[in-house]
Design a protein around this ligand. Sequence first.
Ligand SMILES: [Zn+2]
Ligand SMILES: [Zn+2]
Length: 101
Amino acid sequence: MTISCRCRKCGSRRSLRLKPESYIRVPKCGVCGEANWRIDFYRMKREKGRLSPTCYCSGYHFPHREGSLFCQSRPDAEEIWNATRGARYQSITSTSEGVLA
Ligand SMILES: [Zn+2]
Ligand SMILES: [Zn+2]
């Protein structure tokens, strides 16, 4: 997977292999030497079809784009799970128990 980035200082484009915040030593801009990138979401979206990897983790029961909301390859996956699906699951089970009783 490549992350399309733009230099915040001079605006030049570069594809990074990781998100800028994932680097210990952030690659420098070849034009101005700054290591200050922003992710170019517009370009990422446009190139999605051929660049986004498909992920098969158990966050979904179907193949999905890596980094999708419940995808476990997200760094905050557990937090999201607890905050959303876990709560929803509890409300579903308590509702069905109510119906059965
Ligand atoms: Zn630059
Ligand atoms: Zn996944």
